[in-house]
Design a protein around this ligand. Structure first.
Ligand SMILES: Nc1ncnc2c1ncn2[C@@H]1O[C@H](COP(=O)(O)OP(=O)(O)OP(=O)(O)O)[C@@H](O)[C@H]1O
Ligand SMILES: [Mg+2]
Length: 329
């Protein structure tokens, strides 16, 4: 590999698990797959779960562990993406080409075909695919990956061993990100790690992409770098605006808000989300918080309906200011 390829390789690929042992968490799935590897009796499988938790990566790792590192080059494994293909006819042709012959000299009598994003197929296409599965099951095992198992027709589900992938836990994501940061010689502080996790929602792909984007700005990554990358407002900034409004410094609050909207170019709905997160920490009675939450919902709705962001958000800040006053009297 040339230096240029090394430096531009997306980290989600660079740090993709190579073997089942590299896959973070998904313990039940990995244990079952390792048992299957021992007997080499491979069923058709359905990998279901949210985005970025290792379904595609696990299918590859499994095939590599089963056939060896040139599992693709030697013709044992192929990946077809259901959402890229032009229809079931194309998929059928590809399966036919792939599954009609078994490579010579291997001890395993079948190949593996990964149909990624299989829940993108219509029901009709899935019925057709089920027939393809049956036709070629002597020489080919199918792994179907999907975000929603309930979008896979029952006749396919009943022919597959179903493996459920889970959103990754905080520790899983933080440990992996910290490890990648070490490999890349980055300094990432703890709050930045927490923030990367918080916005990943358990999606490792998103977490790694955020880290890589942050690293393109600086090799020292703190909370601010992460917020900047995500196009979000840092907690400090939003808190400042809320506190200015509560303290009666309305004009200053407006100026700060305008900076977010017109200078940083943030979307009104993102500002609403940031206020939502911060509202719980403000020095207000529970009753007032509830009322403000209600109002915030309305602001969010009006902005979505095309209301002017500045006007709607200022109306909210005005209410916030009146709350503080009421508390003081
Ligand atoms: N459990 C995991 N352990 C280690 N790395 C992971 C894990 N899950 C995801 N990753 C990282 O994130 C990348 C994307 O994961 P993968 O393509 O397997 O997600 P997926 O579950 O197939 O998502 P989608 O539903 O969007 O297809 C991987 O290349 C890898 O770098
Ligand atoms: Mg995938």
């Amino acid at each position: 590999m040339s230096l240029a390829t090394v430096t531009t390789l997306p980290w989600v690929e660079k740090y993709r698990p190579k073997t089942l042992d590299d896959v973070v968490n998904q313990e039940e799935v990995i244990t079952s797959l390792k048992n299957i590897l021992k007997t080499k009796a491979v069923p058709h499988m359905l990998f279901a779960g949210p985005p970025g938790v290792g379904k595609t990566a696990t299918a590859h790792a499994f095939a590599r562990d089963l056939y060896g590192q040139s599992y693709i080059e030697d013709g044992w494994f192929i990946e077809i993406n259901a959402s890229d293909e032009r229809g079931i006819q194309t998929i059928r042709e590809k399966v036919k080409m792939f599954a009609r012959q078994i490579p010579m000299g291997g001890e395993i009598g079948f190949k593996i075909l990964l149909l990624d994003e299989s829940d993108q197929l219509t029901d009709d296409a899935q019925h057709a695919f089920r027939r393809v599965m049956e036709q070629y099951s002597a020489t080919c095992r199918f792994i179907l990956a999907a975000n929603y198992s309930n979008r896979i027709i029952e006749p396919i589900q009943s022919r597959c061993a179903v493996f459920r992938f889970r959103p990754l836990l905080k520790k899983d994501i933080i440990d992996r990100i910290r490890w990648i940061a070490e490999q890349e010689k980055l300094e990432v502080d703890d709050i930045a790690l927490e923030t990367i996790y918080e916005f990943s929602e358990g999606d490792m792909r998103r977490a790694i992409n955020t880290l890589q984007a942050a690293a393109s700005i600086s090799s020292k990554i703190d909370e601010k770098t992460v917020y900047y990358i995500l196009g979000y407002i840092s907690r400090g900034e939003i808190r400042k605006i809320l506190e200015l409004a509560m303290g009666g410094n309305f004009t200053q609050a407006r100026d700060e808000l305008r900076k977010l909207i017109y200078v940083q170019g943030l979307a009104g709905s993102d500002i609403v989300s940031a206020i939502y997160r911060e509202l719980f920490y403000l020095d207000l009675s529970e009753e007032d918080k509830l009322e403000l939450l209600d109002l915030l919902g309305e602001v969010d709705y009006r902005i979505a309906e095309g209301g002017t962001e500045e006007v709607q958000l200022m109306a909210f800040l005005a209410q916030l200011a009146s709350k503080k006053k009421r508390r003081q009297t």
